[in-house]
Write a protein that binds this ligand. Sequence first.
Ligand code: HEM
Length: 970
Amino acid sequence: MSLDTSSALIVVGLSLLAIGLWIVIARLFLSPLSRLPGPFLAKISSYYVILIDAAGNRTRTIHGLHQRYGTVVRIGPKEVSFTSPSVVKEIYSQGTPYMKAPWYESMSLPPAGIFSLRDRKEHAARRRMLSHAFSQAALNDAEPTIGVLVLKLIERLEKADGQAVDMLQLFRRLSLDIVGQLFLGQSFEALDSEEPPKFLEWMDNMFISLGIQYAFPAVYRLIELLPAQQVQDMIAGPTRIAEYGKKAYFDYIAEHGRQSKRRDLLTKIIGANAEGGKDDEQAVLSDRATYLEVGNLIFAGTDTTSTTLTYLFWELAKHPEWQDRLRKELKARTSDAIPRYVDLADLPVLDAVVNESLRLHPAAPGSLLRSTPAGGRTIDGHFMPEGTVVSMQCYTTQRDPDAFPEPETWNPDRWLGPRKDADAERAKELFMPFSKGPRACLGQNLAMMELKVTTASLLLHSRISVAPGTTDGGMEMMDHFLALPIAACQTCKLRRIKCDGGKPTCERCAKSRRICIESTPFPQAPLQIHLENQYASGKIKRPRGPRSNLTSRPSSDLHTRALAYYQQYHLQPDGEGLPAGLSCCVHAWKSSGRSSELVDLALSAMALAVWFRAQQDSTAPAEACSVYDRLIPLVKQRLSDLSTLQQRDVDATLLAIFLMGRYEGVMHGWSSNAQHACPLWQGWSHHDGVMALLKFWYDNLSHEPATAIIKHTRRGSVRSSLLRTRPLQSWLINGERFGEQGLDLEDDLIRVRTVSLRCTLAKLSTNERSAEQAEKIDLEAQDLDKALQDWADKALSGYHIHSVVAPDTLPSKHLYSTTVYSYDTLASAARCAQYFATRMILISTRTQAREKVLAATRDAGIGGLLCDRPQMENKVALKAMANSLASTLPFCLGLFEAAQVPGCRPALRSNDSIRPWHAGLLVWPLTIASSLRSVDDKQRSWFRTELTELGRMTADGFVQDTQAAQLLKM
Ligand code: HEM
């Protein structure tokens, strides 16, 4: 080397040193952030946080720094972390000018998705588009999917009764299957297979791969050149996820098209995408952007929920007293194996357990990085120049000792009752497991549903305890943006990758043929599961014979899903005192603990038919018909030889026929389609079957008390006779024989007499003699109406009248006028709706009788009254009842609750909150109201439209179609 060259190198070296020194001096002393406390290395180099992040220690290290330095800590040359409540509003509130920091761009493949988009306008448009997939209606549709998969998880646990189970792995599989089913329309079947799905491995690799690419681009380029399979697997993580999403997406489109009427979330995203084209503000997503986005959602929805569930169950396992409290609360609310979310949403102990777990063990515990806007901002008294990366981490804010005394203790009690011990406002501000503001978690409601339904179902089913090998140390958290228990083997820890903790060799080590060095003192963290279900644990032998569909889970996914959906949405919950018939029969059957192949088949057929209509699942009709085909000969055989029937056979057959009648209603309208046609059912008359069975029971078995099924089927036939003006057979008249008593018997008697009165009226011709009879009918109808009002005084509680905010034009959907009624309970509302409808029949009977009187007197040349006073009174009374029924409808549909704030005019909720069984409560009253000719045309047509809508909601083709065809006229 010549002197010149070496001097040049020395000069370059010195210059570099000088530049380096200058940078260090500038960062330490000249930066506007120089006065902020923080570790020396963090002040001079951004590699401080990059390295602790790579080690999975970022969040806990920063937490330690706050404990040491206070509420503001400099964690990088241009990066600051905060913990004060006032900063939450500054950085994360709605309308904040802060954007996500550039780091987010590196966290997905291009084009950026909802999670990584930084531009506020672009992000807002994308969020609007995706929010369709997270609406209340979408969540309602998601619930059965979650229920079915939780059942699968329980089935897996049953096999492992009393053994240590790695709950983290199982919860990961559960949440992956849920989001797969919801977003891609197909499950990953992770809960079905023994091997963990590849997708989970790719997800693990994705964060590592993208993280290295962002922090060490040069190293990443070198790593890319390494031929080792493992390295290539790690690098390929993001691409494999994208490829998987692409295939699933195009498979989905090939099968269902782009304008499918399916109700899963992917359809909603594709639909919203199509809508986007109409709105200038919303860009239409390319196919690639859509499938990458779906991949983002799967990613966002998997480890977040599974980690939360793992920690939640770990805490419950350590605190059996909380298991007992929670189980007690759940048992008081529900007897369902998989409780419905509506029953869980407001349970205080469950809420407290979930919140406390999200507080102490947040799944996204770390800094949510934001950039200060143009011109810089002053935060917590310190000026942050433009582009400074500022953040808070909920791991620290949720451990604030003033807001959450004894912050390291898991204590759900802190969420129960009024807060006396600490500043409640401060706690509210600092609790942010889902973040806050415009970038808060989009899947929060879905996550809450998953967390609560899973926790409740498992707790009702099992006892949980900590397996001997599980230690607090092993459950310590490490995080790479998302948290995970640290429990890895030494080898994986050294490699800084997630470990499945398999013994004696973990899966990662087995695959890479490494020696798996067990991590002591941090063994894997299995939780031990003890089942409460004694059949499942083998302590009691299962009864012989086929298991009932009501208690067992058929192996076929479609059947299980359909049944779960049907039970959850179409059958009203037990114990609500509601008057509808079929649900009461099913609940009565369920609580009798009996089983019958007939009922199982009928329920399956019905559930599949409803599933087909509700989910537009083209595979369901063929299944439904095949189940129905198996059912028909069995029912026919029962009916052909009644003499041998016992009470329980009568109940089972009645219930099966009841369901078959509904099944026909659901399939009606689809039968013309040859592919779905089910030839056998078309000739089948369920009504005759019901009558034959009731008669048999009456003649042979009525010395025993009538069962709920007997009572409800007879009630159904009285209602149907009233509607169709068909006489009741004499043996059906005495309700007492069929189990009616007290006020119900009084009500029944009025209806039975009304049926007979209407039949007499229908037979009357118009002549002088019939005028006399018509007058008698009018008087009797008046007496019955009076008796009905007296009955209502004793049996029904009143309603409260409200005036709601209405759309510009009335009547509108579900709202006839601005007046709506609220009731103390849904049961009173439903009973009042029936009462209004029955009174309408009686008043209408009086109107028709009076018409006959007037016509006869006119024919005899006596009359000539222009305005008949009794008719005027009838008209006014009928209008009042019709208005009352219309005003009851929003409450019955669950669209309205009395306003909590006095003086505030309430508005109706969105249609999304209507459940099919709510709609079912109104079918009979609305059928009456839309069939009575005396109801004024405009109002009748509104009732008719509502009824068609109820038919659609309840998937009842008869209700939907017969109204359109205007077959009923009363
Ligand atoms: C317990 C479970 C969950 C927790 C604790 C959680 C937490 C969070 C947090 C803290 C953020 C903000 C991230 C940031 O600002 O960088 C976020 C964003 C997000 N989460 Fe969740 N999440 C959970 C479940 C879910 C689920 C089930 C989904 C749905 C698939 C989901 C979808 C999203 C999406 C799309 C975003 C980005 C929102 C946006 O930027 O507009 N999350 N989540």
